[in-house]
Structure formats: C-alpha cells, structure tokens
Design a protein around this ligand. Structure first.
Ligand SMILES: C[S@@+](CC[C@H](N)C(=O)[O-])C[C@H]1O[C@@H](n2cnc3c(N)ncnc32)[C@H](O)[C@@H]1O
Length: 223
C-alpha cells in the first residue's frame, strides 16, 4: 500500500516504542470517546496512524467496521496477531503503511477518516497528501475527525528545530510538527470540506505530565 520510503529514524523510534509495554495507553483516548458520540454502529472508519490500536479496537468494540494503518510494522504485526480479533462483530483490519501514500481503493466509500496525534507526526507535505486522500476516499457526507497538537502548546519550540519544516522540532527522540489552526482549516476548506466543529484548547488530551493544547476538527465532505 505504501509507495514511498519512510524516514528510517522515525520508523525505528515508533517500532521501538511499540515493542515496549504502555499500560497507560491501553484505554481509548478521550478524543475517540468524543468522536464515537457522533457515530453509529456499522459505519466504516479508517484510522490514520493507529499506534497500539487502542482507539481502533474501541471503535471496533462499538460495532464500527475499522481499517487502521500505521507505519510501524511492530505495532501492526502485534495488532494483526491478537488472539481476540474474532470476537468483534466486524473484524478490524490492520495494515502497515504510510498514511501519506495510501491508494484510492476506497474512493468515495468511507464514512469516517480518523486521525489522532498523527498529523503532527508527519511533514506538512505528508499531512496534505493524507488530507487530500481523506477527501477522495470519504463518501459524500463522510466525516474527517482530527486531533492534533497546536503551535500554542508548551512543547512548541522544545528540542532541535527541523530547518526544512516550519514549526517542527526533534524532541525526546522524535519528530513533532505543531499545527496552526487557521491554516489547517483553510486547507480543509480548500479541499472542499465543510468544518462543523473546531476547538483549540488544553485539558483535552492529558498524558502523564503533558497537557498539550490540541486542535480538534470535524470536517464533512459535501453530501
Ligand atoms: C503519537 S502516535 C499516535 C498513535 C495513536 N493515534 C494514538 O492516539 O494513540 C503517532 C503515530 O503515528 C504513526 N505514524 C507516523 N508517521 C506515519 C505515517 N507516515 N504513516 C502512518 N503512520 C504514521 C506512528 O507510528 C505512531 O503510531
């Protein structure tokens, strides 16, 4: 599915992360629970960058048809080999690959594209490719749900700036590119989305001692 070569250092970082145990990341995120209030069982949801699958598995538990991708082969093979996948009414599908180079085999078919904390894990060009893919692959009226770190967060500016990427820093051993809400909204509108919810706030995604300012956006493809 992936057509481009990924930065090996980032792949190594995420493979190493998911090779470890993270019991505090086993439960669904607050964003996933918020999103689920807006969805219904039977809808088809594609997750960009599912990590250890905590949100994908939550959505599958709620009766959604879930396809989840991540660049980390370790994360995807761990998820694909789970012994309990048969318990889901609709068995979730996990696929390794780059969310900025997905094919259009689901063009016009998805009800939801879900991206939590992944747009800031990729370059601006990669994020743009993923957003354009989301528009093409959503069904008319389908929704794109995003939660991403904002430039207003306190981690902004920490670590080593990435010269070629504005607002991007290497910190704690990995890449983060903080997002400007007005620019993300303009990009989504330019693709044809209508924005039905847009929030920029702290206290929505607290993890250990990190309370980032995040942007939450719900954007719909024209029906
Ligand atoms: C901060 S984690 C978020 C994981 C998950 N969405 C969550 O909220 O727990 C970022 C994830 O994005 C994935 N990722 C980074 N670049 C990617 C890419 N180009 N394509 C697919 N996944 C990517 C990483 O492997 C990692 O799992």
């Amino acid at each position: 599915m992936s057509k481009r070569k990924l930065d090996p250092a980032e792949s190594a970082y995420w493979n190493g992360f998911y090779a470890g145990k993270h019991p505090d990341l086993e439960v669904a995120s607050t964003f996933a629970r918020w999103v689920m209030e807006r969805l219904r069982p039977g809808q088809t949801l594609f997750e960009l960058g599912c990590g250890n699958g905590r949100d994908a598995l939550f959505f599958a538990d709620q009766g959604l048809a879930v396809i989840a991708c991540d660049r980390s082969e370790v994360a995807i093979s761990t998820l694909s080999e789970r012994p309990d996948l048969a318990r889901f009414k609709i068995r979730p599908v996990f696929q390794a690959g780059d969310m900025s180079a997905l094919d259009d085999s689901r063009a016009g078919k998805l009800d939801v594209v879900y991206s939590r904390f992944t747009l800031h894990a990729v370059t601006a060009d990669e994020a743009s490719a993923a957003l354009a893919w989301a528009y093409r692959n959503l069904a008319p009226g389908g929704q794109l749900m995003i939660e991403v770190r904002s430039v207003l967060g306190s981690l902004y500016g920490k670590g080593t700036p990435v010269p070629e990427d504005r607002d991007a820093f290497i910190h704690d051993g990995h890449y983060r590119r903080f997002v400007r809400k007005d620019e993300l909204e303009a990009e989504l509108r330019g693709l044809g989305f209508t924005i039905s919810a847009s929030v920029e706030a702290a206290h929505l995604a607290v993890y250990k001692d990190d309370d980032p300012v995040v942007i939450r956006i719900v954007a719909a493809k024209a029906g």
